[in-house]
Write a protein that binds this ligand. Structure first.
Ligand SMILES: [Zn+2]
Length: 328
């Protein structure tokens, strides 16, 4: 995961950011926002590798689990090609059985978030590097035919019966072949699961009712963090990146979906952090994901962000609830 680079970073554990959080806290105390009771509602989040669920939407899942919803994470691959990314986690087992270790880490992360978890059973494609790019490993997730890759997810949707499915956008959120394939199977399974003509060997039809893409890193969030830093008299690390964004200078894989849905998750950032730390071999506790103090985030952007891409129920945009339109 540390290989993934995102738009917008805050310098690691910058004490000035903590000071800004304190200043903002004293200036504009904000009542905690809660989700409505979500008993009886179900959400399935589709991810590519063990640890992706902790870096994208973890606070959202913990918040809905706390509100009574049933949450399931589906992880497409075992993360077999992940390297040890946290020097402090170097043990003999890392070298002997990284895959087994990551299964244990995933179990711990799911328990931390209060969610169920299923493996879709595919093999990590790795991130090909070089010029020319080498082919993906034979049989890996990114090389499969769509129907073959989507079948286990269709089966899971029909068994778990989610009302809402979340996944990555067309770019994968990050152009890793497994993330792009995760996008493709999410869309395929979301539409096919309710159709009795499709995947007849994968159980009784169930049609989920809303599909969202993750927008964890979006220009609105960057701008809010940037302006809060500037207001607090602190040099913003976002300035150059924001300018480039706003002048249309962006990587060509980056999509431009607007956020439609901001879920209040401010009380659950510590659970997200704990889920990240559960992926001990993959997440450096001094790294990017812990760089922005939670009190600062709670003040400036206490949301996980999504774009609604399909809905079978009536809902009004913008939303602050992924289950909007599904409650009685
Ligand atoms: Zn990943």
């Amino acid at each position: 995961m540390a290989k993934e680079t995102f738009p917008g970073t805050v310098p690691a554990a910058d004490p000035r950011a903590a000071k800004a959080a304190d200043e903002l806290q004293s200036r504009a105390p904000q009542a905690p926002q809660k989700l409505p009771d979500s008993t009886g509602l179900r959400l399935l989040a589709v991810h590519a590798h063990p640890d992706d669920e902790a870096s994208k939407g973890a606070a959202m899942m913990a918040a809905y689990a706390d509100a009574g919803a049933e949450i399931m994470v589906a992880t497409a691959t075992g993360g077999e090609r992940g390297d040890l990314l946290n020097p402090a986690a170097d043990t003999a087992q890392c070298h002997r059985d990284m895959t087994g270790l990551r299964r244990t880490e995933m179990k711990n992360a799911a328990e931390t978030l209060g969610v169920s978890h299923a493996w879709l059973g595919f093999v990590d494609s790795g991130l090909p590097q070089g010029d020319p790019m080498p082919p993906l490993p034979f049989g890996s997730f990114g090389t499969l035919e769509l129907e073959q890759a989507a079948a286990p997810l269709v089966r899971l949707i029909r068994a778990f019966k989610p009302h809402v499915v979340t996944g990555y956008d067309e770019s994968g959120g990050y152009p890793h072949p497994d993330h792009i394939m995760s996008h493709r199977i999410t869309v395929e399974a979301y539409h096919a699961a309710g159709d009795p003509q499709k995947y007849p060997e994968c159980g009784q039809p169930w049609a989920p009712q809303k599909l969202y893409y993750d927008r964890a890193f979006n220009p609105g969030r960057l701008r809010a963090l940037h302006e809060a830093l500037v207001e607090a008299g602190i040099e913003s690390p976002y300035e150059e990146r924001l300018l480039r964004f706003e002048q249309g200078d962006r990587p060509d894989w980056l999509t431009t979906h607007e956020v439609t849905t901001k879920v209040p998750v401010g009380d659950f950032f510590e659970k997200r952090d704990a889920a990240l730390r559960a992926h001990r071999t993959q997440v450096d506790p001094e790294g990017f994901f812990f760089a922005t103090p939670n009190d600062f985030l709670r003040e400036v952007w206490p949301y996980d962000d999504y774009v609604l891409v399909d809905s079978a129920v009536h809902t009004e945009l913008p939303e602050d609830d992924l289950f909007a339109g599904l409650r009685d």
